[in-house]
Design a protein around this ligand. Sequence first.
Ligand code: DAH
Length: 338
Amino acid sequence: MLDQLQALQATALDEVRAAVDVAALDVVQSAFLGKKGQVQQVLRTIGKLDPKERGPVGRAANEAKQAIEAALEARKAELLAAADANLAETEWVDATLPPPAGSRASGRGGSIHPITALVRDMEDVFLSMGFETLDGPWVEDDHHNFGALNIPPDHPARDMQDTYWLTDGNLLRTHTSPVQVRAMETRKPPIRAVCLGRIFRNEELDATHENTFHQCEGFFVDRDVSVGHMIYVLESLLHEIIGPDVKVRLRPSYFPFVEPGFEMDVTFRGDWMELLGCGMVHPYVLEAGGIDPNEYSGFAFGMGIDRLVMVRHGVEDIRHLMSGDLRFMSQFTGGLEG
Ligand code: DAH
């Protein structure tokens, strides 16, 4: 009996050493240590032995069991370490390869994010109307995000609740409006520009609030620019983006950087939906940008892009948009041509 146990242990240890992966180790483990395993079978026969032999055989069986367990553990650690070391060899992906044929239809070949798709569509419309597209920094200073836009120090937009302040006194831009100021600083009228980009607000997150979202800012500064020009540009945009039947209306509203200021509503599912803020650029803002308000006037507007995407695709929770979840993303296939 003791010899049999010794032979059994030797075989088990050989098999452990020969196992090439964790799955193979599991097979060895159940063959020797499982409920119906070989060690267990020996232990079951102990009762039939001469009482004098029971002690030594029981001890030997337990020792064999422990030796096999220890060998299994050691080999497992070895295999896992080797797999880790191989990761760079086995898990790499060549992101420059074209997707395999048919992969787009299956949703596995990558696609344009619905925000990017809408941004590109909107930029196309603006470019066709003679606007240029501009970028601005995500990390802004107080002057460009607030001061030059006529937002007084006690304005709620500066509230600690809404703004991500950085330790150096700068902030993450809370809107795309600072790009207006930067454009005026570096250009002379006529200026026709849009900025579609990411903005940040310290929001309580829920289905309609994100802390990272996107805005479209537009502005037009020249001689004799009027509210009529503004309505024409916005209507043209919305007809292209939403559809030719969409109707718009203006309501008086207040934004520190425009005078007069308005909100524009669009028809949506038989009702009016508030869509954007707009107005005539406040003389103070023109001046802060180095432009003479007696000579020039301008209009400006700003709108959220994420809500438009939600309306366009029937997305019910804004948090899906930035989740990076492939189950969400793979619904938007076929947009690679953008
Ligand atoms: N910056 C405003 C916001 O974040 C949106 C806005 C309103 C922009 C009116 C404008 C404007 O240019 O004229 O809510």
